[in-house]
Design a protein around this ligand. Structure first.
Ligand code: ADP
Length: 201
């Protein structure tokens, strides 16, 4: 059983994912998979180098992400080309890792779960939720960024209200870490029962 875990930037996804992992649940992080599939030596990185040239490869042979981001920001066709290349590879890798999971259910952690329609793979979805002002405060502190930069990212994501409507379960992360952990422990019990019944579709 795959459980989607999402939430806007700074809402506490990674924190909550860690709590699930501490309970023995496999967590597949979509962002990490997206980085892994373009690591040095991969076919995807070779294709990217062929398409964009060596300007997108750093000296250590890893992908120069800011450079690539800049190039596709300026060119819609290149952005589409890159998405067409990477999305199927990322999806396949994510599903392989979830398939290999040995835990009774597995978490797919993805900031853009709903935006990228990954909920299609999930029996249930969990939203980590905080009010927007707290979200911006925590993300600003974590990333050492200014509030307007974070606000731009928040604005590009699905609004909080839409995510609240779509999610099956909500973890309210406006309290302290311990409070969030308690909610994860409660939800874990529910999800274990659901997975055990094998009637989660
Ligand atoms: P996300 O993965 O959704 O972007 P993080 O889990 O990285 O969010 O959390 C954002 C920041 O807020 C981190 O610095 C994290 O340590 C902090 N944080 C998360 N949950 C809490 C909480 N309940 N109380 C205080 N700080 C928190």
């Amino acid at each position: 059983m795959i459980v989607g875990l999402t939430g806007g930037i700074g809402c506490g996804k990674s924190t909550v994912a860690r709590f699930f992992a501490e309970l023995g649940i496999t967590v597949v992080d979509a962002d990490q998979v997206a980085r892994d599939v373009v690591s040095p030596g991969t076919d995807a990185l070779k294709s990217i180098k062929q398409h964009f040239g060596s300007q997108v490869i750093k000296e250590d042979q890893s992908l120069n992400r800011p450079q690539l981001r800049q190039l596709i920001f300026d060119n819609h066709d290149d952005k589409t080309w890159l998405e067409n290349l990477l999305h199927p590879i990322i999806r396949k890798q994510m599903l392989t890792e979830l398939d290999e999971s040995k835990s009774i259910y597995s978490i797919l952690e993805a900031p853009l779960l709903f935006e990228n329609h990954l909920e299609a793979y999930c029996a249930k979805t969990v939203l980590v939720d905080v009010p927007v002002d707290l979200q911006i405060q925590r993300a600003t502190q974590r990333d050492n960024a200014d509030a307007s930069t974070i606000q731009t990212i928040v604005d590009a994501q699905l609004p909080r209200s839409a995510k609240l409507e779509k999610a099956d379960y909500v973890i309210d992360n406006s309290g302290d870490y311990n409070n969030a952990k308690m909610q994860v422990m409660r939800l874990d019990q529910i999800l274990r029962l659901l997975a055990a019944t094998e009637d989660f579709t």
